[in-house]
Design a protein around this ligand. Structure first.
Ligand code: ARG
Ligand code: ZN
Length: 465
């Protein structure tokens, strides 16, 4: 489901004669992210995975609609492809995955504009050996693997239109040996056994979902499923290698339904049909996988940490329900999720947002690197820099100081209500904030998001000491 600016641009550039779909949507940070000429509504991913050898094989079926006449189109995909069918007719294809992760598909006949297409890609490979542009996002673990990364992870396990402006529903079905589990997004529809020694796990995520938020975690996890007080499946999974951090991990992640209920009072209703969390020793960061964040065990080695749970769950509203129009808009994800940590802190009777923001401001002198990166356009190398998170959260506190509490929370709730299921950009947020508050805010956002150097006035409206 494409929304907003991407659709407009693609439509505007479509010509009458069939032509090749663009290899990217025009993202300034990632020129090969996503593709032009079609709009995906659903991915059906059906795979078998053997942890002992890291062999992944199966098919992904893509339901899409063309947005221009197409002589060929690209999928973002790095694995070895055996065959591609377009509307049940074999297509030719070629790829140079090492360079840019593009799989070029040439249908037997050109496709018409507005045509429904079904694309079936059959493939088999060893994802940990697949390097795209010098990188592999697939994380092999001793007992399984993790497809968890940002901004890209889908190329290592399913072909996609991999940009947050084309969200789609997902069915993920993965057969694994009986001694491990396979987790993904949404609801576990069922597990099935079709041959001895193997179990197939069938997951369904029913809301529009960006492809980088589609995840797979295979391992000998302790898997628990209960129901939240408001009736949603709550699935957690803990790596057996957690050791003595297991209890702290559980004491944090098991509070997810309570944290989501609190966040709903701040941002509006929880946007999805399921909740949960996966804790693994196989990664070093956390990711806000839709409906079910994935956490590195490192967040819990020193004790419980509900701050990271509040952060990743806040992304369910900011990042997952409302997705980035361009990767340069990353502040809309990380600044907001960091501010949610401040709100949760206050709810827990710890520091308030004003106190926490002031502390960040006061404890970073003017020459600190925090003031060198622009949260509103950090560049590819600094996309996850502290400035995007911390200075980004201070920008929201500065907004709150300027517009007052009522307008501030109305802005946040209206933002989610207006854009959930789609994507939006920083300029859209600034426009909404001005509209709701009735105040001119360009200068405020220019200072906090788009100007290097420590702002002279702090997030609570007082000058630097
Ligand atoms: N969005 C994640 C978070 O909430 C950050 C992911 C960073 N990505 C990475 N490959 N380290 O903090
Ligand atoms: Zn984050």
């Amino acid at each position: 489901m494409a929304t907003g600016i991407a659709t407009t641009l693609l439509t505007a550039t479509a010509s009458a004669a069939p032509s090749a779909g663009a290899p990217g949507v025009g993202d300034p940070y990632y020129p090969y992210a996503g593709n032009g000429g079609y709009d995906v509504s659903h991915y059906d991913i059906r795979l078998t995975y053997q942890p002992a050898t890291d062999e992944l094989a199966g098919t992904t079926t893509i339901l899409a609609r063309t947005t221009q006449e197409l002589s060929s189109f690209d999928l973002d995909f790095g694995l070895h492809t055996n065959s591609v069918l377009v509307n049940n007719v074999p297509a030719t294809f070629h790829s140079d995955p090492k360079e840019n992760g593009e799989l070029v598909v040439v249908p037997k006949e050109p496709l018409k504009k507005g045509q429904a297409i079904t694309v079936v890609v059959n493939y088999a490979d060893t994802p940990s050996k697949v390097v795209i542009d010098g990188y592999t996002a697939w994380k092999k673990t001793p007992d399984g693997a993790l497809a968890v990364d940002e901004p890209q992870n889908s190329q290592w396990w399913f072909p996609a239109n991999d940009h947050p402006t084309d969200k789609a529903t997902h069915d993920v079905s993965v057969e694994v040996p009986d001694n491990v589990s396979a987790l993904s997004n949404g609801t576990l529809v069922r597990t099935t056994k079709q041959r001895p020694g193997w179990t197939r796990w069938n997951w369904r995520s029913t809301q529009p979902q960006a492809t980088y938020l589609t995840t797979l975690e295979v391992g000998a996890f302790e898997v628990n499923q209960v129901t939240t007080p408001d009736g949603k499946p709550f699935v957690t999974a803990y790596d057996p290698a957690l050791g003595e951090s297991l209890d702290a991990a559980k004491a944090s992640v098991e509070r997810t339904p309570e944290i989501d209920s609190f966040l709903a009072t701040q941002f509006g209703p929880y946007p999805f049909e399921a909740q949960g969390g996966v804790v693994s020793t196989g990664l070093t960061f956390a990711l806000e996988a839709q409906t079910r964040p994935v956490y590195s065990n490192k967040f819990f080695v020193a004790g419980s940490n509900t701050s990271v749970v509040a952060h990743e769950n806040a992304h369910q509203w900011f990042g997952d329900a409302v997705s980035l129009g361009r990767w340069s808009d990353i502040w809309l994800n990380e600044g907001f999720a960091t501010y949610a940590e401040y709100l949760w802190s206050e709810h827990e009777g710890e520091g308030t947002p004003a106190e926490l923001a002031q502390y960040v401001y006061d404890s970073h002198p003017a020459d600190d690197p925090l003031w060198k990166v622009l949260p509103g356009d950090p560049g590819v190398a600094n996309q996850f820099d502290d400035a995007v998170y911390d200075r980004g959260a201070l920008a929201l506190q500065a907004l709150r100081t300027t517009v007052g509490d009522d307008a501030f929370f109305t802005i946040l709730k209206t933002w989610v209500a207006e854009h959930r299921g789609g994507d939006a950009r920083i300029d859209d947020f600034i426009g909404l904030a001005e509209q709701v508050s009735g105040k001119p805010l360009h200068e405020l956002f220019t200072t906090w998001l788009f100007t290097t150097g420590k702002p002279a006035v702090g997030p609570n409206g007082t000058a630097a000491p």
